[in-house]
Design a protein around this ligand. Sequence first.
Ligand code: GLN
Length: 285
Amino acid sequence: MEKVKTEVKLSLQLQAAINLLKSSSPSPRLDAELLLCHILSKSRSYLYAWPERVLTEGELGAYEECIDRRACGEPVAHFTGRREFWSLELEVSEDTLVPRPETELLVECALERIPAEASWKLADLGTGTGAVALAVAKERPACRVLATDISAEALVLAQHNARRLQIHNVDFIRANWLTGLPAASLDMVLSNPPYIADADPCLADGDLRFEPHGALASGPEGLDDLRRVIPEAFTVLRSGGWLLLEHGTSQGAAVWDLLGTHGYLELCTWRDLAGHERISGGRRG
Ligand code: GLN
């Protein structure tokens, strides 16, 4: 008997994918749409303009495979190879953390402090894809940003992103936090370091399982790297320079303690859109 092929319309397949992702993803619709755009090489508006479009067998198979893998936690950005951050389309890879929307708050806090025409020298430590360094450099073209990472693969990716986005005021060096940087040379230090406790069960859950452990976890309390960056940054900041750090939602008090102990003044903390303490910082007197 001849096999009858059923035609699958884009809108129905999309809805099926959303339903499938509901229990595993915090953003099932967005994920399902981005993955379908990726398979079809089309924009999101195409999905709304052509809901009746019939998917080919090849498209359907590829889409189903993506959705199954996404349901098991693989980040959408690992399929698409892209992630938007501060309106910059960044290439991502499995070698770095996928930039998070909450990290845009670090960029906002930095920009609040850097005058529009300033020609400051800044550093972004543990730059990963280059997200923070590139966003700040783009918004403050007269500044010079030094982006560091311990991972050679991350630096290659970050440099590639800078070239693609034609952002020329960023330099890249491989460094273990601030080792080797000259004292009193920077006006601002920014970092989104690893800050999750080694035994935190979230590391075995969701997207985090597919991201580099070294970019996420930092000792028994998640504070090992913050404990190192805070005093090291004090040395490389000039008098009056700022340190701004992303941290875990329950680490605000610990980070304030560290900042105070190491001599920072004008301490501040900002909450993210979910109302959690997310960024803290202070100024070298
Ligand atoms: N904000 C990330 C998360 O909890 C962690 C990022 C980090 O460790 N710097 O998903």
